[in-house]
Design a protein around this ligand. Structure first.
Ligand code: ZN
Length: 487
């Protein structure tokens, strides 16, 4: 970025400091998940709280607001797409949101999230939703107060959507999800159970680790700017565009390899953000949905294709491409969201979105949530949850104040199929290239269309630059029908 305006240089300096504090907290968090001995948890929680508090204080300082005000004229003279105008615009949006919620309410929500998470774990041990219910009621009350601080839209759920998918409304999401629900429900409820067992490659821990290492290396993940470690739940975090950390499952085989492919997609996104945005709030993926679109593109659209399975079977050795493809495309209705395949996954999200909206609006009471959950599972998946662990207690999101995040997962599925259709149109040889293990052309295309923008644009603006339009469920539905016909 060029720095012609002294006020802008000061803004960058201040935002750079806040970014340093946040990234330092992420390093501590990464260490907590991968390396830290369990007895370190209490001290680590304090350290994370201190860093988050200082970062929040610096970011919400009056002086920062005054700077953002003073820069309005400078911003208006700039191109909307420029790094400078985008930084001022997005920082102002974040700032206004951060300032409108009182610090006491934020702190109370953090505490309630921690308590809610403990209550959720106790409820899971007892396999009884009733144990979790008081914590959920408390969380909903605080969530309601939070929404009041930020409200200004017709639907209270819009406040939560804006948090994770800026530029999108509840109505936008509902339109996409209604189409998915109406089209997928009859297909999914009619699915017969698969007649083969899941494939077991029989990899030892060492073999799995070396296979993941080779896979990542061949995909273009370089040791100079990335590393991977084990964790209980795979995730990606980055401390800069040239320091990308992935984690992979400690166990399992085919599932672990596809989880690595998923996290690679997240990491490649962060790696591809323009270095000119480093140490600013724009140096990260645009939103949860865009991030999932990248991980799912690699995991599903690339990873479960004939071309990839042919290449990957060669890399694994000892398995026929057709067997690998069949195993990677096994479709089965299941009660557990995180185990769901690309065909049935969206329905798990659609009914969570519906229930969340009803909980937030007050039309559904927490007391009736278990029954409402089980009724949706029966209607959309044609399954009956035998207990709460396989039902309403399976996800941690509602215990941990993450209401409003679920839609991003299914929107990511929708966008991944849109982006893949567009990539194939622009790169007619992409499948042949993948079959030969050449991933560079697709990576370059994604970088140009999606990654380099970072968080400069809203969710719809970023998708527009990628595919020339808004969320459209039809490419995903075409993909799903194709999978069902060939299975
Ligand atoms: Zn993901």
């Amino acid at each position: 970025m060029t720095v012609a305006e002294p006020g802008f240089a000061e803004l960058r300096r201040r935002l750079g400091e806040v970014d340093d504090l946040r990234k330092a907290a992420w390093v501590l968090h990464w260490d907590l998940e991968t390396m830290m001995p369990s007895a370190g948890a209490d001290v680590r929680a304090e350290q994370l709280g201190t860093l988050a508090g200082i970062a929040h204080e610096r970011f919400t300082a009056d002086e920062l607001g005054e700077l953002l005000e003073a820069l309005r004229g400078y911003e208006n003279d700039l191109d909307y797409e420029s790094d400078e105008a985008s930084l001022i615009r997005v920082a102002r949006r974040d700032y206004e949101r951060a300032r409108r919620v009182p610090a006491e309410l934020r702190a109370e929500m953090v505490r309630a999230g921690a308590h809610g998470n403990q209550a959720w774990r106790r409820a899971r041990e007892a396999n009884d939703y009733a144990v979790f219910r008081p914590a959920l009621e408390r969380n909903l009350e605080l969530q309601g107060r939070y929404i009041e601080c930020l409200d200004g839209s017709p639907d209270p759920y819009d406040v939560l959507v804006a948090e994770y998918e800026p530029g999108l409304t509840t109505a936008d999401i509902a339109a996409v999800f209604e189409r998915l629900r109406d089209e997928l429900t009859p297909l999914v409820t009619a699915l017969e159970p698969p007649d083969d067992a899941p494939l077991d490659l029989g990899l030892s821990a060492d073999q799995r680790r070396s296979t993941v290492a080779t896979l990542l290396e061949r995909l273009g993940f370089e040791r100079e700017w990335g590393r991977f470690d084990n964790s209980v739940h795979p995730f990606m975090v980055n401390f800069g565009t040239s320091d990308i950390r992935l984690t992979v499952y400690e166990e399992g085989d085919l599932r672990a390899l596809y989880a690595a492919l998923h996290e690679f997609g997240h990491g490649l996104y962060e790696r591809g953000v323009s270095p000119t945005l480093e140490r600013t709030p724009l140096a990260q993926g645009a939103s949860g949905a865009l991030h999932e679109s990248q991980s799912l593109l690699w995991e599903n659209l690339v990873g479960r294709s004939h071309a990839f399975c042919g290449w990957f079977a060669g890399l694994l050795g000892g398995i026929e491409p057709a067997s690998l493809h069949r195993a990677a495309n096994r479709i089965e209705r299941s009660l557990i969201r995180v185990d769901a395949d690309p065909v049935t996954y969206s329905l798990h999200i659609v009914f969570r979105f519906e229930l969340e909206r009803e909980l937030v609006s007050g039309s559904l009471a927490a007391a009736d949530l278990r029954d409402a959950w089980n009724a949706r599972v029966a209607a959309y998946l044609g399954l009956a949850a035998p207990d709460d662990l396989h039902g309403v207690l399976q996800d941690m999101h509602w215990s941990d104040m993450l209401m409003g995040y679920f839609p991003s997962y299914a929107l990511g599925h929708v966008a991944s199929a849109q982006i893949w259709e567009r990539a194939r149109a622009d790169l007619p040889d992409v499948e042949e290239q993948i079959g030969r293990g050449e991933f560079g052309p697709l990576t370059e295309w994604l970088r140009e269309r999606v990654h380099r923008h970072g968080r400069k644009f809203t969710t719809p603006e970023t998708l527009e630059r990628a595919v020339g339009g808004m969320f459209d469920p039809e490419p995903l539905l075409r993909y799903v029908r194709g999978k069902l016909e060939s299975s």
